[in-house]
Design a protein around this ligand. Sequence first.
Ligand SMILES: C[S@@+](CC[C@H](N)C(=O)[O-])C[C@H]1O[C@@H](n2cnc3c(N)ncnc32)[C@H](O)[C@@H]1O
Length: 186
Amino acid sequence: MESYAEKHDFPIIGPACGYYCYQLARMIGAKSIFELGSGYGYSTAWFAKALQENGGGVVHHTVWDGQLSKMASSYMLRLGYVDLVQFHVAEAVETLGKQSSLFDIIFNDIDKEAYPESLGQIKKKLRSGGLLIIDNMLWSGRVFDEKDVSPATEGVREFTRRITADKDWIVSLALMRDGMIIAYKK
Ligand SMILES: C[S@@+](CC[C@H](N)C(=O)[O-])C[C@H]1O[C@@H](n2cnc3c(N)ncnc32)[C@H](O)[C@@H]1O
């Protein structure tokens, strides 16, 4: 899966962040995980590995491209994780809103301009004591470039402002690869 990303220049979270997601999911004994923006399933595989070792559960894979979803399902089959994954070909935040249960972990990796608006729905669907993991919080350093006011960069900045101003979250930034916010919902 890593070779595919390299060959096709596909933005996966990579092994260090993947391993960290796996560790966090193991540490809290996660059983239910919702991923927003799952690509062809690289991050999903790390979460599924944790679920398998935690004794079972489900990770929701969401992407709006049917071809990527098919690729993900074929990789999950090869890895022995397919029974732990539920696949959705749809807009991720809307799909999260349709879920009836709360999640132990929500992982967000959708288009960055949509980050700020996703926070409300995420807060509703994460259990108290659950973890929100959100990727690309450094956005290759563009968040520090005052001249960059593109919708994606502004999306990352606004999301950071909103979550750090909200007293219901305990927030830190893991300085790994492109920066991941780890937020604990009180
Ligand atoms: C950064 S990639 C995901 C990489 C994946 N998390 C990994 O590390 O393996 C984001 C993917 O989600 C899709 N995507 C972006 N915004 C989305 C949204 N709002 N709903 C569904 N899919 C979305 C993109 O087209 C892309 O395939």
